[in-house]
Design a binder for this molecule. Structure first.
Ligand SMILES: Cc1cc2nc3c(=O)[nH]c(=O)nc-3n(C[C@H](O)[C@H](O)[C@H](O)COP(=O)(O)O)c2cc1C
Length: 325
């Protein structure tokens, strides 16, 4: 399981930072992997409003932190926690830059009608602090979060989130009476649907076609019961564009996915089951996981009809696997 934390305050070691750090401590104690992006410290070019993403499905700005890390992390995350101080009834500008750039994900969803395989199960959450005590203090940020989480593909319920009034000076958040209990409770509620999933690794040679498709179908159909990963014994530099096309024909979005090596994935995820597709001789599995061998032809270098046939065969195999769970 992965929780992505978006730290949105430009003040170093301020209240937002402390609140998110308390959340991350609890996540670690529960054995959950949490990656924090310190948004004001990374390079994010503001949206240019050029509508390139609505025509092409990709942002015209390619060389900043969004493509390099933020989009891939959003797509991998089971839970996204946005942490933000209130600035003029909304989030600070640095975080708003990141939010505006997710218009690309909005375009892929609504203009291109594509579904990110993690979308059906992903949760969005907010941690927020403000100095005053106004009744409507968090109204603006909740609206922004509602549409941000819709664009990135996550369920968001403002009533479940944690927000604190009268938090102004450095250290105020840490002194709050109930914060530790609040954070513990919120974390346990958030992770509950994800903790007992079976961890399955789909492996092939290059992690460019077969294992990527199997992983995406497993996430899409059964992300509530399976934690699916994919990897290759000889990972390619990028996923196969023809594979991306045939998955788009099924409405499934493979953007921001990259080949990874089996050793790296096994070391960090400890799968309970490994499904292999053509990498048996090259795979030295030491994890003690149950191995399931699928005899699926390698579509690398073949034409689109071959790729479609392999896609459909993998989809059927994944459905059978899920039904047996
Ligand atoms: C530019 C700016 C705008 C702010 N606007 C508001 C506001 O509209 N309402 C409010 O209650 N607090 C406002 N604050 C106060 C912060 O929300 C508050 O001090 C918070 O604890 C800061 O969190 P941090 O330590 O994580 O940066 C503002 C602070 C700044 C610097």
């Amino acid at each position: 399981m992965l929780i992505l934390g978006l730290q949105g305050s430009p003040r170093k070691k301020g209240n937002t930072h402390d609140l998110l750090a308390m959340f991350a401590d609890e996540a670690r104690k529960s054995g959950v992997r949490m990656e924090i992006v310190d948004v004001p410290q990374i390079d994010i070019t503001p949206c240019k409003g050029c509508f390139f993403c609505e025509k092409k499905g990709m942002c015209i700005t390619k060389d900043d932190a969004m493509n390099a890390s933020v989009f891939p992390l959003i797509r991998q995350a089971d839970i996204i926690v946005t942490a933000a101080p209130i600035y003029f009834y909304n989030v600070p500008g640095q975080l708003k830059n990141l939010i505006d750039r997710t218009q690309t994900l909005w375009a892929r969803k609504y203009r291109f009608k594509l579904t990110d395989p993690g979308r059906p199960w992903r949760k969005g959450f907010l941690l927020s602090v403000g100095a005053t005590r106004g009744k409507n203090l968090f109204e603006g940020v909740h609206l922004t979060m509602k549409y941000f989480y819709d664009a990135v593909g996550a369920d968001y319920n403002p009533d479940d989130c944690l927000s604190y009034r009268r938090i102004e000076h450095r250290g105020d958040m840490r002194k709050h009476d109930t914060v530790i209990n609040d954070v513990q409770e919120a974390l346990q509620t958030l992770i509950k649907p994800f903790v007992n999933r079976k961890r399955v690794l789909f492996a092939c040679l290059e992690n460019a076609c077969r294992s990527q498709m199997a992983c995406a179908f497993a996430q899409y159909y059964a992300g509530d019961r399976l934690e699916a990963f994919s990897a290759g014994s000889l990972p390619a530099a990028a996923i196969n564009p023809l594979m991306v096309t045939v998955m788009q024909e099924k409405g499934i979005d493979m953007a921001y996915r990259f080949p990874q090596s089996i050793d790296t994935v096994i070391a960090s995820k400890a799968p309970e089951m490994i499904v292999t597709m053509g990498c048996d001789e090259d795979c030295a599995f030491t994890s003690g996981a149950k191995i399931n061998k699928w005899n699926v032809d390698d579509p690398a270098g073949q034409d689109i009809s071959f790729m479609r046939r392999v896609r459909d065969e993998i989809e059927t195999r994944v459905e059978v696997m899920i039904n047996r769970l």
